[in-house]
Design a protein around this ligand. Structure first.
Ligand SMILES: *[C@@H]1O[C@H](CO)[C@@H](O)[C@H](O)[C@H]1NC(C)=O
Ligand SMILES: *[C@@H]1O[C@H](CO)[C@@H](O)[C@H](O)[C@H]1NC(C)=O
Ligand SMILES: *[C@@H]1O[C@H](CO)[C@@H](O)[C@H](O)[C@H]1NC(C)=O
Ligand SMILES: *[C@@H]1O[C@H](CO)[C@@H](O)[C@H](O)[C@H]1NC(C)=O
Length: 367
């Protein structure tokens, strides 16, 4: 069976290419400024096909349509477009409810094909480079921060939002998402846990997007962003999420960064396709008061060409256990190259203090 994590690798090469072709100049726009993102609601009590409508209408849907179609045209060769359409035909076999229904509803609202919207959602699963940090302060409070780095479309910053998923008027969970993205990279279940997903590269088996599309249609590909959403919907404690991601549930190779509400509840789970490869936990007795994960296994040195880990660790240690909070974590996540040209947003979370949840754009929208 095809190895999944490879997809990320293939895409990175692919995306770097697009980026070189499109961007004006390197390092020209490292963001000193940041911008807030809109905070919107999705009502879980509405039918899946309808629940994204109000959030989507926050944007100009004509522009959003152009953005998504443009992304697909950049990524998929013309002769492979029928494969994208096929995704729409078999969506219910590929993704469980409510995700297939939600994607159909989003596609309809935006006015693009179901296959196209499914493709956009599936691509998200493989293309997020990131830095995530979970830390415990001197008081025992758990803080969780993340930068989401995304190489291939600067326009995604335009459609980033904090989404409160509500039922009976109450927030069940909160995420930071690209609108139209039904799966989750970053989220919080208030007073229960916080979670973020970092991609894990493993070298190339899927050489290109056509090969990936074929593997998806053959059901050889597992997705992780939808499992994160399942966790937010169904799990009610740090231990339950950890159990979900360390059990045999199939996900793409990935790093899951999980924070809870009690001292010691911070973990990085390194997942392979079928098994858990490593579990790395906060250990205050061993002076391990924070865990910082980028996109490489924590027990091997990061490549010199992409070392965000050592500068991040240095910045965390300079802050120290006594002073870590959302403000100081923002500063750590603003340290270069933890903050870099591809960073779309910085999110700060604390499950024990849900009001802290914030997301600011680092890559300011294009015109
Ligand atoms: C939405 O964007 C399109 C294309 O740029 C533009 O023609 C249209 O006037 C915009 N609609 C609204 C309501 O602003
Ligand atoms: C520890 O927690 C208490 C209660 O939440 C708070 O009042 C206090 O400021 C915290 N101390 C530190 C050092 O964060
Ligand atoms: C941290 O949280 C406090 C309290 O909600 C807020 O005033 C402050 O702006 C936050 N800092 C950042 C960097 O988001
Ligand atoms: C992105 O946002 C900028 C500024 O807010 C706006 O001018 C531009 O049209 C937007 N692009 C899309 C694709 O929505």
């Amino acid at each position: 069976m095809a190895q999944l994590g490879s997809v990320g690798f293939a895409f990175f090469a692919f995306c770097a290419l697009i980026l070189t072709a499109v961007s004006a100049g390197p390092s020209s726009r490292l963001p000193a400024e940041s911008l807030p993102v809109p905070r919107l609601s999705v009502n879980l009590d509405s039918p899946a096909e309808e629940r994204w409508g109000p959030a989507l209408h926050h944007w100009n849907l004509t522009k959003m349509r152009t953005l998504f179609i443009g992304t697909i045209e950049q990524m998929v060769p013309k002769e492979a477009l029928p494969l994208v359409d096929q995704l729409g035909d078999v969506l219910d076999e590929l993704l469980p409810a409510p995700y297939s229904g939600e994607i159909r509803g989003v596609a309809k609202t935006i006015g693009i094909g179901v296959g196209e919207m499914a493709f956009i959602n599936m691509i998200y699963d493989f293309t997020a480079a990131c830095t995530s940090i979970v830390a415990q302060d001197a008081n025992g409070t758990i803080w969780h921060g993340r930068n989401l780095d995304y190489g291939f479309s600067t326009s995604l910053s335009n459609v980033t939002a904090i989404i409160d998923f509500k039922s009976q008027g109450k927030t069940v969970y909160t995420t930071t998402s690209f609108v139209g993205q039904v799966g989750v990279f970053t989220g919080m279940k208030p007073n229960k846990f916080t979670i973020s997903l970092n991609e894990r590269d493993q070298g190339g088996v899927f050489k290109n997007v056509v090969e990936l599309l074929k593997a998806i249609l053959l059901k050889e590909v597992k997705f992780t962003t939808f499992v994160l959403r399942d966790a937010l919907a169904n799990d009610n404690s740090f231990d339950e999420v950890v159990q979900r991601f360390t059990s045999q549930e199939e996900v793409a190779p990935a790093y899951l960064i999980i924070g809870g509400i009690k001292p010691g509840e911070g973990m990085v789970v390194t997942r392979g396709r079928e098994t858990t490869i490593d579990v790395w936990r906060l250990d205050l007795s061993g002076n391990r008061w924070f865990l910082l994960e980028t996109n490489y296994d924590h027990w091997v040195p990061p490549p010199k060409s992409d070392d965000r880990r050592d500068p991040g660790n240095k910045a965390m240690n300079a802050v120290g256990e006594k002073s870590i909070n959302n403000n100081t974590m923002w500063n750590v996540l603003s340290t270069q190259p933890v903050l870099n040209e591809d960073t779309i947003y910085t999110a700060l979370m604390c499950a024990a203090r849900p009001e802290i949840y914030s997301t600011r754009l680092r890559k300011l929208p294009d015109h």
